[in-house]
Design a protein around this ligand. Structure first.
Ligand code: AMP
Length: 291
């Protein structure tokens, strides 16, 4: 909850405005934590703001539905934009500055500079959503340059995304530290997502097979299974058990590189993506071999 004496967040709609607000705080010796979002905020987003609040003096959140990361037949137009509710949630989470730019502010006419993380951007999610990670890497680079934060907070929920952003920040020498935070789940195990709002009650029930498949694999590993193909078979079986779920992929890959594996490794990640009705769901779980 907001303490009664906390001043409401400053809402900046231009780059000059957000820069001035950040610089004023940096001159006062304050550290800056940054949480980029597309809005339609839920407790998963709030968990990133809470972590930033704990670790930094000033919390900046951006709310921007980024057109360059949506494909031509994706949900850019219909993506939820509950402005007033989002601003209220940011205030209650203790954000100090909200960057709420228009498309014209982020992409002025004639914009033509893009960031591409080769190799990581065209596999898995990137193979199914061509151009998606080019849009993500470009907008996050721009936001990093605009905000100039000490640390930026991302969810493990979008595993490939956080890996691409880490790689991009390291290779472009962007001095913002990338922090990855755990996936927040509903009590039934479903990973929280703005897109869950599209699901009917029945679709949501079917979508639970993603988190159940991940739990089944991690239980199988904990029970001693070390055959990678059997672990992957468990994943696929669970994902296929639910009717009306169109599987895009269910794989176990190297957690650092997303490279395919031929046998179990010490740090793996299970990545799943499926469509339920017209809604795409993704989820993942880190799988570590006991020492
Ligand atoms: P989005 O608004 O979907 O672009 O997400 C903004 C940030 O919130 C990204 O870093 C996401 O990975 C993160 N995020 C989304 N859902 C969750 C969740 N359930 N738990 C933790 N972080 C999340």
């Amino acid at each position: 909850m907001t303490s009664p004496d906390r001043t409401p967040p400053h809402i900046a709609e231009t780059t000059a405005d957000v820069r001035a607000a950040v610089i004023a705080n940096q001159r006062a010796g304050k550290t800056i934590g940054f949480v980029p979002t597309m809005g339609a905020l839920h407790p998963g987003h709030v968990s990133l703001m809470t972590r930033a609040r704990q670790e930094c003096d000033v919390v900046v959140t951006s709310i921007f539905v980024n057109p360059t990361q949506f494909g031509p037949n994706e949900d850019f137009q219909k993506y939820p934009r509950p402005r007033e509710l989002d601003l209220k949630i940011c205030g209650e989470a203790g954000c100090d500055i909200i960057f709420y730019p228009s498309v014209e502010v982020m992409y002025p006419a004639g914009f033509r500079t893009f960031v591409e993380v080769e190799g990581l951007s065209d596999i898995l999610e990137g193979a199914i959503r061509p151009g998606h990670f080019r849009g993500v890497a470009t907008v996050v680079t721009k936001l990093f340059m605009i905000v100039g934060a000490d640390r930026a907070y991302f969810g493990q929920k979008d595993y490939q995304q956080q890996l691409i952003i880490r790689t991009m920040a390291r290779e472009l020498n962007i001095p913002t530290e990338v922090v990855t935070c755990p996936t927040l789940r509903d009590p039934d195990g479903m990973a929280m997502s703005s897109r869950n709002a599209y699901l009917s009650a029945e679709e949501r029930q079917r979508g639970l097979c993603l988190s159940r498949a991940l739990v089944a694999v991690s239980q199988s590993l904990a029970a001693g299974e070390r055959d990678l193909s059997r672990l992957e078979a468990t994943l696929i079986e669970q994902l296929s058990a639910s009717s009306g779920v169109e599987l895009d992929y269910g794989v176990i890959v190297d957690a650092d590189t997303l490279a395919p594996l031929t046998s179990v490794a010490s740090e793996m990640v299970a990545l799943v993506a499926a469509r339920v009705g017209t809604t795409r769901l993704i989820d993942n779980m880190l799988l570590k071999l006991p020492e």
